[in-house]
Design a protein. Sequence first.
Length: 164
Amino acid sequence: MWVPQFLQKNRVLGFSKSSLANVFNSPFVTRNLSSEITIEAFEFDDPIHSQLLCHCRECRYLSGGEPNASIVISEDKFRVTKGELNTFVREDLENPRTRFFCKNCGTHICVKSPPRPGMLVLKIGTLDDHSWFSPQAAIFCVDQQPFHQIPANVPSFEKTPPPK
């Protein structure tokens, strides 16, 4: 399983139980009948294929306006270790994406995208620690808004990088 050396633990959606102490009474935390906190959990193994900032309008809808910070991983290396995820697929599109959500709180976890068969695009904000994230590209900058900042060392593309 891929884990940064400084982290040495599984990547888990949202918060670990210890870090939930500060938000235990939050309306966003679900409790089951035994008063335990219920969260969905997942993990994944190497490799991380890319680290991206996506400025497309659909990603910005889902993020609340900011670019989507995400990593691309192999679908067969992703495992839900606790609970199950709900899905959403737009029926009005010919080749829609399949979006996976936490069934308890509605957090968008990842997406299966037809242009990337066998891959998942995982939102880094769903990980316990994403301090290691370092975007390799900013994509769909054609939709970038004036208030979006792209780090100077990150290549940006109007749509996607050209094929290698």
